[in-house]
Design a protein around this ligand. Structure first.
Ligand code: ADP
Ligand code: MG
Length: 333
């Protein structure tokens, strides 16, 4: 999760037609270090507002539990106890960590929630970054290993085996928050909504009967332009890209999605967009697919039922899973 900073909205919503109908309510707040937009359709003002306030509140609550930037959050306490003892955490933290470990395993470690020491070393939150010395990258890399984190769902405890290890849920927490916000909206009587936590988007129902939500995929090299767009209902879509937080040094782009195998920014992709039944899954898999690159990334997502992907490789070529062929609107194919 990211501290306050400059954030570009990487996926934006394409309004159907020129004007939106009057029963569409939309609100934006800055949470989890990014822009969160909730759109609710088909409800009166008061009901829509009450539901949206509850959903934003749920995201704010989860941010407090899962943030990397506080010592009292579950994550802060887990990291402070690394190499020393296990820590009792909330059910939400257990749920996110268990899913993170499942994706670590399934992706062969391309996704790794113990990426913290490398994230801190590269420090993409800070301006005027430089490339860390090789020895420091190596030292941090030896601390990154999801197999050295134990999660006990029964006791609700988490333990990091080595001192200096750090959990960072930046690649999965926003997706989880989008799921929980959508669930909060549903409990408040909403049956049609779109929750966008930056590039992690959850569609609840359809926009209107017979009309799916329309979501654009940011073009990784043309700010403000779309690569293509997707129609989704009761599904999630997440995009991970190298264009959101990065610096350029000697003509090389250094960005915030790191390959645990090298300790450096993953170089195989420009962006990875994943469609999945839940946002926790689309978020984690978009990060994993980005790191793995087009061939292995497409292979990974296809091993999950109901999951599809669009991956832009390092040369700008677009790869899509067979299930999405011809379904990305506006994509030259
Ligand atoms: P964004 O945060 O831009 O939406 P991602 O969902 O891909 O993009 O998450 C990137 C964030 O995940 C990084 O800022 C960092 O906190 C964390 N991260 C970086 N590399 C990895 C990795 N290989 N596995 C898991 N998390 C990662
Ligand atoms: Mg992600």
């Amino acid at each position: 999760m990211r501290k306050a900073g400059i954030v570009l909205i990487i996926v934006f919503l394409v309004a159907a037609g020129c004007r939106e109908s009057s029963d569409i309510h939309r609100r934006t707040q800055y949470l989890m270090g990014t822009v969160v937009t909730i759109t609710v359709a088909g409800l009166a003002d008061e009901d829509a507002n009450r539901a949206m306030s509850a959903a934003f509140e749920e995201i704010r609550r989860l941010e407090g539990v899962l943030t990397f930037f506080s010592e009292d959050s579950d994550l802060g306490r887990i990291n402070a106890a690394a190499g020393a003892r296990e820590v009792l955490v909330s059910a939400e933290t257990i749920e996110v960590l268990a899913e993170a470990l499942r994706i670590s395993d399934r992706s062969g470690g391309a996704f790794d929630p113990t990426i913290g020491p490398l994230v801190s070393l590269w420090g993409f939150e800070v301006k005027d970054r430089f490339v860390p010395p090789k020895e420091e990258i190596e030292r941090a890399r030896t601390l990154v290993n999801w197999r050295n984190m134990s999660v006990d769902p029964n006791l609700r405890t988490v333990r990091l085996e080595r001192k200096g290890m750090k959990v960072d849920l930046g690649g999965i927490a926003k997706g989880y928050a989008a799921d929980r916000a959508a669930e909060t909206l549903r409990r408040h009587g909403v049956s049609s909504a779109l929750v966008a936590v930056a590039g992690d988007i959850r569609a609840l129902g359809e926009k209107a009967p017979g009309v799916a939500w329309h979501v654009g995929i940011q073009h990784p090299r043309e700010p403000g332009a779309v690569l293509g767009s997707l129609r989704i209902a009761d599904r999630s879509v997440s995009t991970s890209g190298d264009y959101e937080r990065y610096f350029i040094k000697d003509g090389i782009r250094y960005h915030h999605i790191l390959d645990p195998a090298t300790g450096r920014p993953a170089a195989a992709s420009r962006s990875a967009t994943v469609l999945a039944p839940t946002t926790i899954l689309s978020d984690a898999l978009s990060t994993a697919a980005f790191v793995l690159g087009p061939e292995k990334g497409i292979g990974l997502v296809q091993s999950f039922p109901g999951v599809e992907a669009v991956i832009v490789d390092r040369e700008g070529r677009v790869h899509v899973t067979p299930g999405l062929a011809g379904k990305v609107e506006g994509l030259a194919s």
